[in-house]
Design a binder for this molecule. Structure first.
Ligand code: PEP
Ligand code: MG
Length: 748
């Protein structure tokens, strides 16, 4: 029986291919396809609906329904049975369509006489392009074999749509990858960029979805899978020998899939139905992607991801299309990727104008690197890797979290204005680069920059920073795939110190854990990593790395000054223990006869509310404190800084938070403890201004923010602003933001 279906299926695909080979126009081809499918299925109706825009499906061809309704009948995503198939990306099969949930009667089509309905999504790599529908008068459900056959046909139609075989008059038949598309994303790094698409992973194009000789295709598949297995085994050997655990796990998952009978069997069945080996692999990949978009379990998602990667590898082997497609990187590349690791991103270095990711998070390592390189970055650009083609013009608005792919002229010119305005502002900032951030009432705030990579160092001069207020040392650990050596670290720190010359550099010791996970370090599963084993907690429990790092820092100074601080200190004893490690390291170096730093400053980051209430002794013991506002705010409001649903919920200018910060300023004044603020808020002009108004005399921010923050401080009367803040608090307002904005407006 199954054999019969397979032969039928192959025959049908053969006819489809013949249709494609003709010189006919897109519409004619579609019409013919509906005709042959209806004929082959023995059903009265076959229709093809395609998207005319992101929300609307249009009947594009039909055999059996009223021909007048072609290009007239439309439905929204989710509307009627067809809309539901498209929305869910899953098949609907019913013997009694009019009674099925969601059924909508379309009088113009004359479809009320058809009882059974089979609708399958026309989808490619998890992207639904339309719906293929078969209907008949007799009330019967379609068999599993028939459904399978129609799904294979739908897959071929999807490939052909992608290849532009149905291009014709009207929106729904417009060629793919040509219209302008807007993506609403999340900001990872502000800034605007104009350029051309560069796909991190070039897409494999399947040009021959249908094959005559299933035997030959099965052989091709077998050969490709053998090659794949060998390469996965080789990678496993390498990973095992280097003790690269995480990689090992992923590879094990690969091997599991490569040997998975279920996965292979489905691909083989697709081939039996007439698909070429690569089309069959892509069909299964598409199914996996559709599943991936629905699962929320992170473990399962990861495994589906692995399967997706494996399919890509297999497709590359089968089509011979490697990473190298011969395409040339545009001179103004905007990188498009599903996700990217920090090391891969660093490989591109400063060549990129912008980065657009489908996944990722604001605190991911890639985002950190993008920020260090000051490249505009947006994340959560849904399905952009299937829509964008290499070389497409693209605009990235990192401020608004918007991406315009293939924008029209009006958007391009508006965007150019925006870039020009930013350039003008930049010029204004350059003119005050060497001037101090002194307010109109004579208060001066020291402008420091945050850094973490050697790539940041040129900004020291260009931004007008007075030093590095926070050097995040973990970045160098994160972008490597093995633990760096002491000598290597020491050499890097020396380069940082040399670049800074006479300016101070505050090195923060390794801050890992929570969102920052070293690929080569054993990970511990924690229910609540942000509240878990991280930063100085790891440093004190496993002091080997901390000691090595301190030694590298001392050596890097070559007898010059050294400033070190510890991240995430929550109580005094942690600081005392860490400080003791510094003293021990100094002793060791002294005994070895190495030159010691000419001066040594040791401080702590205040990132948990607890430390603000530590004893006076603690405030006297530390030489300085730096507020890690990103962490401090998340713990103050109990709102995860990584969680999109809550991270913007509480205003930094909320009076509770400002009063809390002010009390820390007062305690530091009281004990003569130097204090700075180095979270992201220090780089947001309005927030920074309020921090200065409540008494912060040092702010450390990303280099690009120094100009805007300084320019605003130089135009503001900080004492008057302080009064506004106090008045608002007295008045019982929750946030001082509206009053501050009003104050700034009246100040012009
Ligand atoms: C902070 O928490 O504000 C901070 C500066 O440290 P990080 O962002 O690296 O956690
Ligand atoms: Mg922090």
């Amino acid at each position: 029986m199954a054999d019969g279906f397979e032969t039928e299926s192959r025959k049908l695909l053969g006819r489809l291919r013949d249709t494609m080979a003709t010189e006919a126009a897109g519409q004619e081809r579609l019409d013919h396809i509906t005709h042959i499918i209806a004929d082959s299925m023995g059903s009265e109706v076959c229709s093809i609906y395609l998207f005319r825009d992101g929300d609307t499906l249009e009947l594009c061809a039909t055999e059996g329904l009223n021909p007048e309704s072609v290009h007239q009948t439309r439905m929204r995503l989710g509307e009627g049975l067809v809309g539901r198939v498209a929305k869910r990306g899953t098949t609907i099969n019913t013997a009694d369509a009019p009674s099925a949930p969601g059924f909508r009667y379309m009088p113009e089509t004359g479809e009320e006489i058809y009882s059974s309905f089979l609708g399958v999504p026309i989808q490619r790599l998890g992207d639904v392009l339309g719906v293929l529908v078969v209907q008949s008068k007799t009330a019967r459900e379609f068999s599993a074999d028939e459904i399978y056959g129609i799904e294979v046909v739908a897959m071929v139609i999807a490939e052909m749509t992608e290849l532009g075989k149905f291009v014709g008059e009207g929106e729904a038949l417009s060629a793919r990858h040509q219209q302008q598309v807007e993506f609403h994303c999340t900001t990872g790094q502000e800034g605007a960029a104009q350029g051309h698409v560069w796909l991190h992973e070039p897409r494999v194009v399947v040009t021959n979805p249908i094959a005559d000789d299933p035997k030959r295709e099965l052989e091709r598949l077998k050969e490709a899978v053998d090659t794949l297995r060998v390469s996965v085994d080789e990678m496993l050997d390498v990973a095992a020998s280097t003790g690269d655990n995480e990689h090992l796990q992923v590879l094990e998952a690969y091997r599991m899939f490569a040997n998975s009978k279920g996965w292979m069997r489905r691909i083989e069945e697709d081939i039996d139905r007439g698909l070429s080996a690569e089309a069959a692999v892509e069909k299964e990949q598409s199914t996996a992607r559709a599943r991936m978009s629905k699962v929320t379990d992170p473990y399962l998602r990861d495994r589906l991801h692995d399967l997706d990667d494996l399919s890509n590898r297999l497709l590359r082997i089968l089509t011979g299309q490697g990473q190298e497609t011969g395409a040339e990187m545009p001179h103004d590349p905007i990188l498009i990727a599903r996700n990217i690791g920090p090391a891969e991103l660093l490989d591109y270095g400063n060549r990129l104008r912008g980065i657009v990711l489908e996944e990722g998070s604001v605190g991911s390592h890639a985002a950190i690197v993008a920020r260090a390189l000051a490249i505009p970055l947006v994340i959560h650009a849904k399905k952009i890797t299937t829509e964008a083609l290499n070389g497409d013009p693209i605009l990235v608005d990192g401020d608004q979290g918007l991406v315009h792919l293939r924008p029209d002229d009006s958007i391009v010119s508006a965007f150019r204005d925006k870039i020009a305005m930013q350039a003008q502002a930049q010029e204004r900032y350059t003119s005050i680069r060497d001037k101090p951030a002194t307010s109109t009432d004579g208060q001066t705030v020291s402008m420091m920059m945050n850094a973490g990579l050697l790539a940041d160092l040129p900004s020291l001069v260009s931004s007008g920073a007075e030093g590095v207020g926070l050097f995040r040392t973990e970045l160098q650990f994160l972008v490597q795939n093995k633990m760096p050596q002491r000598a290597e670290l020491s050499a890097q720190y020396t380069r940082v110190l040399n670049a800074a010359g006479d300016m101070p550099v505050v090195f923060r010791t390794l801050d890992i854990g929570s969102d920052k996970v070293l690929p080569y370090m054993k990970t511990v599963e924690e229910p609540n990593p942000a509240l878990g084993w991280r930063a100085i907690r790891v440093g004190l429990d496993k002091p080997g790395v901390l000691r090595m790092q301190l030694q590298a820092l001392i050596r890097a100074t070559n007898g010059g000054p050294l400033t070190v601080m510890f991240p995430f200190v929550a109580q005094m004893s942690e600081f005392t223990a860490a400080r003791a490690e510094v003293d021990k390291a100094m002793d060791r170096e002294r005994k070895l006869g190495h030159p010691l730093p000419s001066s040594l400053d040791v401080g702590a980051m205040l990132e948990t509310p607890s430390l603000a209430f530590a004893s006076k002794k603690f405030f006297k013991d530390v030489q300085f404190l730096s507020i890690g506002g990103n962490d401090l705010k998340q713990f103050f409001f109990a709102a995860d800084r990584e969680n999109e649903m809550v991270r913007r919920r509480y205003d930094t200018l909320n009076v509770s938070f400002l009063s809390f910060l002010e009390s820390i300023v007062e305690r530091c004044e009281d004990t003569d403890t130097r204090l700075s603020f180095c979270g992201e808020d220090a780089g947001r002009p309005i927030e920074a201004l309020c921090l200065a108004a409540i008494g912060f005399r040092a702010l450390s921010m990303r280099p690009a923010s120094i100009g805007p923050v300084k320019s605003l401080i130089r135009r503001t009367d900080l004492s008057a602003l302080r009064k506004v803040i106090w008045d608002e608090r007295d008045r019982g307002e929750q946030s001082v933001r509206p009053a501050v904005m009003e104050f700034l407006r009246t100040q012009g």
